[in-house]
Design a protein. Structure first.
Length: 254
């Protein structure tokens, strides 16, 4: 499905000058661009199949992919209220933690209406550019905690380039999703190996020597598993880096 121009819609009495229907995940982006200010008002809407879903829209100032994206995340809490916050995506193993973005963000809000979540924000565009790489996504919730999104189908096709001035949209089609599954696996494996197992092994060696000889076996197991996991993660990263060569295919949709 290609991006198509759509009729701007008024949300909560907010109107926008332009919009595009995005090609996957039942999403639409509405905006009003102010060149003299270097800002853009956006409304990102996405249809959700149930209340227990999170949605996100992001600008990536440095690349066309997920890592480096500066995201706005929204979902409906179990009590019916809306939760919306910013989250810089630093790795494929992200948990969508709250954090400040690398560019100014104002007037952030979200609503749930007609089985859609709509994100509103005013963005100070990085370096006052009008063309941005954007990413949009959705995934399940466990209570009020965002969980990992799918790593196949539409969820690995939701990338593009958007020109706020002309309205031109450039899609980025991924030749295969297997590479991105490998990238995500690499991030998770490295987080568990280097970020959890290795430190746990070191803590056991330092603080639990009184529990001899059990401490040594636990320490050795954590260190070995962490090291082997790190090697596996590095191998996946090397393989996916090779496979990523030439996989981005750009197409322009009016």
């Amino acid at each position: 499905m290609s991006q198509q121009a759509c009729t701007p819609h008024a949300f909560n009495q907010k109107t926008f000058n332009a919009c595009q229907t995005l090609r996957v995940l039942n999403s639409t982006i509405h905006w009003s661009y102010y060149p003299s200010k270097g800002t853009v008002d956006v409304a990102f809407s996405q249809a959700v199949v149930s209340d227990s879903r999170w949605v996100a829209w992001a600008i990536n100032p440095t690349s066309t992919g997920m890592v480096g994206s500066q995201a706005i995340v929204a979902f409906r809490r179990t009590d019916g209220t809306m939760n919306i916050y910013s989250s810089p995506i630093k790795s494929y193993a992200t948990r969508l933690e709250r954090g400040n973005l690398s560019f100014p963000l104002f007037d952030v809000s979200a609503i749930y209406e007609n089985n859609q979540i709509v994100i509103f924000a005013t963005i100070g565009l990085p370096n006052n550019v009008s063309v941005v790489n954007h990413v949009w996504q959705q995934g399940p919730l466990s209570g009020n905690i965002p969980q990992m999104h799918s790593v196949s189908g539409p969820n690995v096709q939701s990338f593009g380039t958007l020109d706020f001035l002309s309205g031109k949209v450039e899609t980025i089609r991924r030749a295969t999703s297997s590479v991105f599954k490998a990238k995500i696996s690499h991030g998770i494996i490295n987080t568990v190996s280097w970020g959890m197992l290795m430190p746990v092994g070191a803590i056991v060696a330092r603080h639990f020597k009184a529990a001899d000889p059990a401490w040594f076996h636990v320490h050795r197991a954590c260190q070995m598993l962490g090291y082997l996991g790190g090697l596996l993660g590095s191998q996946q990263e090397f393989g996916s880096a090779i496979n990523l060569q030439g996989l981005n295919i750009k197409g322009t949709d009016a």
